[in-house]
Design a protein around this ligand. Sequence first.
Ligand code: HEM
Length: 257
Amino acid sequence: MAGTDYSSYLRIDELLDLQHPLTVGAHDEMLFVVIHQAYELWFKVILHELDFATAELLAGRPQGAMAPLHRTTRVDELLIAQLRVLETLTPEGFLEFRDPLKPASGLQSGQFRAIEVLGGFDGTTPADASPLSDHDRAELRRRSGAPTLFSALCAALRAQGFDAPDGDGIELRDRRVEALVSVYRDHVSPERAALHRVCELLLDHDEAISRWRFHHALMAAREIGSRPGTGGGGVAYLDTTITLRFFPELWEVRNRL
Ligand code: HEM
C-alpha cells in the first residue's frame, strides 16, 4: 500500500530517543528535559507563523496576517500554561539534578531570542551569559537585518495611505502613533478593520510574552529562590525583563484615544 504510517511520518522513534537526563535516579529530570524540548518545538511554530505574518504585512495584506497571528497567540497561551506543569517540580527535586546542567540556561535559547528580534529587540543576551551556538548566532544575524513585525505593520499602514514612516526619533515615532490612533478611532471599513485586528493581535502576543516572563520569573523564584541561575543571572535578572514590551507604540495609542 502506498503512503506512510504515523510513526515514520512523524519520526516518533527519533523523537522519543532525544531525552537523555544526566543524573541517574533523578526522577524529575525527564519532565525538565521534555518540557524544554516542547517549548523549543512551540517556539519553532511561533517563528513559522510570525515569519508568514510579517511577509503578508510587507506585501500589504493585513488580512493574510490575521490567521498566523491568531495561531501565535493561542500557542503563546500554551507557553504560559506549561509553566504550571513545571511548577510540580519541587525545589529539592530540582536540586537532585541541577548542578550537572550548568552553565546551560534558557538564556541560550536561540529561538526565544529570534522571537524577541521579530518583536523589535536586538537579540543580545546579558554580557556575562554563555555564548549562543554558532548556528544560533548566524541565524540571529540574518534575522536582525530583516523587517520586524512592527516595521511590517507600518509597511501595511503605508500601503493604505497612512503616514507611518520607518525610522528613529520622536517626530517619526509621533507620526506612526498618530496613524495608529486614526486606525483605532475609525475601523469600520474592511481595510481598516483588518489593520485594527492585526494591531490587537500583535498586542495580544506582546501581552502574552510579558505574562510568560512574569510567570517564568515567579516559577524560577519558587525553584531556586535568590540563588544564581544555571546561566548566572538568577531571578534578579529575570525581574528586570518583566516590564519589557515589543510594541511600545501600540501601548502608547491607549494614551491618545
Ligand atoms: C526549573 C525550571 C527553570 C528555572 C529554575 C529557570 C530559571 C531561569 C533563570 C534563573 C534564568 C535567568 C538566567 C540564569 O540565571 O540562568 C532563566 C532564563 C530563561 N529561561 Fe528559564 N528556568 C526554568 C525553566 C525554563 C523553561 C522550561 C524554559 C523554556 C524554554 C525557560 C526559558 C528561559 C528563557 C528563554 C530565559 C531567558 C529569558 C530572558 O533573557 O529574558 N526556562 N531561567
